[in-house]
Design a protein around this ligand. Sequence first.
Ligand SMILES: CC(C)(COP(=O)(O)OP(=O)(O)OC[C@H]1O[C@@H](n2cnc3c(N)ncnc32)[C@H](O)[C@@H]1OP(=O)(O)O)[C@@H](O)C(=O)NCCC(=O)NCCS
Length: 213
Amino acid sequence: MSGPVGALLPDWPDVAPAVGDVVLRRVEDRDSGMVRDLATDPYVPLIGTLPPLAGEQEALAYIARQRQRHPEGTGFSFAIADARSDEALGVIGLWLRDYPLGRGQAGYAVAPAARGRGTATDALRALTSFAWTLPGLHRLELHIEPWNAASVGVARRAGFSYEGILRSYLEIGGERRDLAAYAVIRTAPPETVSPPATGMPTVIRDGRPTSEP
Ligand SMILES: CC(C)(COP(=O)(O)OP(=O)(O)OC[C@H]1O[C@@H](n2cnc3c(N)ncnc32)[C@H](O)[C@@H]1OP(=O)(O)O)[C@@H](O)C(=O)NCCC(=O)NCCS
């Protein structure tokens, strides 16, 4: 049984991670409108603790939970905010349950009203840069349902490589789901795998495509 790992987590960053038009900051009560907008997306409640169609109190409770993530040792839960107006546009987390093993996981959601203008991509780039400031972190992972083209695009544009399908990896919405694994590592990866259009995935090894395992 593992106890809380809070004491092992690095401090909250003094300088807010930022890329392009977004900055990552603490989630605040004033972000409840953005959180309620997030809760109108039918998928977001399936992959986190936000209740579907959350009301104001549920949104505030969700925000309070995000603010506990760092002190309790599970990771850094940031609001994605507009760098100019400071308006919250979404949430992004760096989850560090496996930090003692040198691994972190990212997860994100952008409010429907703020989608389609590169917000998640910039936020993931900022989170990744921040991740490499953490001593001992070597690998940052993303798990994405293969149908989630918007999230796959975010991962690719932020420099994550596809590594394969994790079959029946997680229960989401009451059923076991396959998840595509994406990751970025502190040094350049020795090889990457392209998602299969059909048939076997193509492995790029030494710059050449091969279907050999
Ligand atoms: C995934 C999500 C975070 C993307 O946020 P976003 O700020 O709109 O992302 P970006 O604008 O940086 O990039 C989205 C890209 O996907 C594309 N896209 C959006 N919907 C798409 C779709 N249905 N099919 C294909 N591409 C799509 C956009 O055109 C954009 O690509 P482009 O920049 O090349 O035009 C947002 O859709 C979301 O919160 N979804 C629900 C929660 C979720 O799925 N989280 C990820 C779990 S792994």
